[in-house]
Write a protein that binds this ligand. Structure first.
Ligand code: TXA
Ligand code: MG
Length: 318
């Protein structure tokens, strides 16, 4: 089915219009501080099924339920003292918690893919918060891109990928964090299920050592599929001496002659915010059948999330 995709401004009127579309079971791309999310009513199975259809996403992947805060989150999942303390420290923000699902949560089973746990996030973006409050319930929202492609950090990225497949795009400007949320499993020992916008070091400072989860052969997070975030061009990593036909993307002051840079000054926060736009720019510069070479990025702080996304962008395509 082809839909007319409305462009909504992040005004009171635009947010009210978006909430009305969601209440009617429609889909709205909403800005969050990490990436744009494709939101639908998490309690409405038809709306959630349409999210999978619009993204052409493999249905075994569960979705994140977005909430206004801890109060709404506690209607969906069982929080112990540890989970409450982590939520108090990192919400609103770029952290998703996987917790035991409450039996009376009322979520569509498609959101949890039938699991006994649920992934919950309270976004900090003021427009996401305004939309969640106006809607008044949990919103299922994966990243607002066709499955397997580069995640959207601007409203025009969403339009390029999903126009005609969703009801509206709510434009809240560029995303400030630029990589998806960190996913922390707290249904047992703390486990990192996906590196993201909250650095592992910040979580370990509070919780102590965290187990590493996630396995490309048994994905419990689609970002965990080996090939993901794929541009059209081929991608090579940790390149300090690019070949003549490669578009070289630098990081830090040492990359003289690079066509683009994630951060000329070597700032990981700036690099994360620029990552997906830069992948798109490099793809356009490389042209059909072209190649992109990324300079090394340190494996610390947000560098862990950046390198995770770059490794998946460089992985053999299926
Ligand atoms: O920053 C973000 O997290 C963005 C914005 C829109 O909030 N959302 C996002 O959603 O990245 P998505 O669907 O692309 O990734 C959510 C991840 C998936 O990889 C999914 O497998 C994982 O969360 N997930 C959801 N429920 C889970 C569960 N019960 N156990 C383990 N992983 C789960
Ligand atoms: Mg995604």
């Amino acid at each position: 089915m082809i839909l007319i995709t409305q462009d909504l401004m992040a005004s009171d009127e635009g947010v009210a219009r978006a909430a009305a579309i969601l209440r009617a079971g429609g889909l709205v791309a909403m800005p969050t501080e990490t990436v744009y999310g494709l939101a639908g009513d998490a309690r409405n199975g038809t709306a959630v099924a349409q999210i999978f259809a619009a993204k052409a996403r493999p249905t075994f992947n569960p979705l994140i339920a977005h909430v206004t805060g801890l109060e709404m989150a506690e209607t969906l999942a069982v929080f112990d003292d540890r989970a409450r303390a982590v939520a108090a420290a990192f919400w609103p923000g770029a952290l998703t918690l996987v917790l035991p699902l409450r039996s009376d949560a009322g979520l569509s089973p498609l959101v949890t893919a039938g699991l006994s746990t649920v992934a919950i996030r309270c976004p900090a973006h003021p427009v996401a918060q305004a939309l969640l409050r106006a809607f008044g319930g949990p919103l299922a929202a994966p990243s607002a891109n066709p499955s397997g492609r580069v995640s959207p950090t601007r409203a025009d990225h969403v339009r390029a990928g999903l126009t005609g497949r969703i009801d509206a795009v709510l434009d809240g400007g560029p995303c400030t964090v630029g990589v998806e949320s960190t996913i922390l499993g707290l249904d047992g020992a703390p486990t990192l299920l996906r590196p993201g916008g909250v650095p592992l070091e910040a979580l370990e400072a509070m919780l102590g050592p965290i187990c590493m989860g996630g396995d490309a052969h048994k994905p419990n997070a689609p970002g965990q599929l080996a090939s993901h975030y794929a541009p059209e061009a081929g991608v090579r990593l940790a390149v300090t001496a690019p070949q003549a036909d490669e578009v070289w993307v630098g990081f830090g002051p040492g990359c003289k002659g690079a066509a683009l840079s994630l951060s000329p000054g070597g700032d990981l926060i700036e690099a994360a915010a620029a990552l997906f736009q830069t992948l798109r720019d490099a793809d356009a510069l490389a042209g059909p059948g072209g190649r992109i070479a990324f300079a090394p990025v340190p494996e610390s702080g947000l560098g862990r999330a950046i390198n995770d996304r770059l490794r998946r962008a460089a992985a053999p395509r299926n």
